[in-house]
Design a protein around this ligand. Sequence first.
Ligand SMILES: Cc1cc2nc3c(=O)[nH]c(=O)nc-3n(C[C@H](O)[C@H](O)[C@H](O)COP(=O)(O)OP(=O)(O)OC[C@H]3O[C@@H](n4cnc5c(N)ncnc54)[C@H](O)[C@@H]3O)c2cc1C
Length: 231
Amino acid sequence: MLAGQKNFVTNGAEADVFLVYASTNPKLGYLGLSAFVVDRDTPGLEVGQPMAKTGLGSASLTPVYLDGCRVPAANVLGKEGQGGVMFASSMRAERSGLFAAYLGAMARQLDETIAYARERRQFGRPIGKHQAVSHRIVDMKLRLDAARLLVYRACWTLDRGGDADLEVSLAKLAVSEWAVQSGLDAIQVHGGAGVVSETGVDRGLLDALPSMIFSGTNDIQREVVAARLGL
Ligand SMILES: Cc1cc2nc3c(=O)[nH]c(=O)nc-3n(C[C@H](O)[C@H](O)[C@H](O)COP(=O)(O)OP(=O)(O)OC[C@H]3O[C@@H](n4cnc5c(N)ncnc54)[C@H](O)[C@@H]3O)c2cc1C
């Protein structure tokens, strides 16, 4: 019988099936967690209203409530007590693979910002010829390429089957924080147009902000890296 509440569930409004991690033996801590596959129409499972949020407008975010939710033993994923290990493994994949999507968004943002800086003229020349603007765009390019390499390294390390926690957490930190910074820079280069919603320039920043929170906050990623550095 599952009982509890999960506050932030991406695509909760659309999901037909939920993967629920629950404590089945609290005395064992991490080794007392189990994973359950729960159909949306299971009695005792209720999906709350989608929350209005910053960015990521195409992905719903809902709470999920479990109250007296009976799940058959056949719906335990793996074995009882394996949930923690599964969660950690899925998080490594999420913190690298999911964040690769931001690389595409940053690349598009860079292309659009370069095009704008070539076209928009102020003080008799394209704004991209003003060093303050061109250097800002160079920094966007630098962040994109560095983040891409860190994501590739994280995925390569994961593929090799070793301990990839340090590489994965560094990649997650780099992509999320540099996507935020490049989102700010794109707005700055676009001037007033950067904060007019219908131009869509602010979307890069708004979509990037939640990435510092989900998949484990960036503070927690720094904790992971610090531990791997023996601190
Ligand atoms: C857009 C979005 C989508 C999400 N989708 C999902 C989803 O699909 N599935 C899912 O399971 N979860 C999802 N989450 C939840 C997300 O993983 C959590 O919000 C996140 O782990 C932080 O937990 P919290 O919100 O309870 O913040 P808290 O844990 O309360 O943290 C608050 C602040 O305290 C800091 N903090 C807390 N503990 C420590 C510590 N030990 N050391 C240092 N700093 C600390 C945090 O870094 C943060 O700055 C989503 C969240 C968002 C924003």
